[in-house]
Design a protein around this ligand. Structure first.
Ligand SMILES: CC(C)(COP(=O)(O)OP(=O)(O)OC[C@H]1O[C@@H](n2cnc3c(N)ncnc32)[C@H](O)[C@@H]1OP(=O)(O)O)[C@@H](O)C(=O)NCCC(=O)NCCS
Length: 138
């Protein structure tokens, strides 16, 4: 059975390892992962993770990372991670969430659109190359 819960510090190195595997980008520094991270567990294994940060202005949060191991995909975990972070944002008094997705990341884009995220053009680009910028008022 899959269950999502708040990550504890012992999970941070595992999050960094899975993130490296699924994102194939720079490895996250596990010691920097304090705060708002969630993991999806199947038994003792972590099969997905997601993070939420303050965007640095206004009442805005940033959906910073999400990843699901290939064998656990297609079961709605990404969607659940979005909803959990939206609920957390509301608890914190934040009114908007922003994120960016590479334009060819169809799975992530479709999922965000299906969950009510809308594309916007930032005044200054701050994401990866070829990013699509998304927001949702929560
Ligand atoms: C993107 C990712 C997080 C999706 O995780 P997931 O748990 O499989 O997603 P869900 O099961 O919640 O997906 C539900 C929806 O996502 C979309 N989706 C998921 N996989 C898809 C695919 N391969 N192609 C197109 N759309 C897809 C669909 O809209 C789907 O809804 P549907 O089932 O009603 O058609 C996962 O594929 C992943 O970890 N990818 C590598 C890391 C990554 O890209 N992270 C996001 C960076 S922005």
């Amino acid at each position: 059975m899959l269950c999502i819960e708040r990550a504890v510090p012992a999970d941070y190195p595992v999050i960094a390892d899975i993130d490296l595997e699924v994102m194939q980008a720079n490895r996250l520094d596990p010691t920097s992962l304090e705060g708002r991270w969630w993991v999806a567990r199947r038994g003792a294994s972590i099969v997905g993770y997601a993070g939420l940060e303050y965007a640095g202005y206004g009442e805005v949060g940033f959906l910073c990372r999400v990843g699901v191991q290939p064998e656990a995909r297609g079961r709605g975990l990404h969607r659940d991670f979005l909803r959990i972070r939206e609920a957390e944002a509301r608890k914190l008094g934040w009114t908007r969430l922003i994120t960016y997705v590479h334009r060819l990341n169809v799975a992530s884009l479709n999922n965000c659109v299906q969950c009510g995220y809308r594309a916007y053009a930032p005044s200054e680009e701050w994401g990866c190359d070829d990013a699509v910028y998304l927001y949702r008022d929560v």
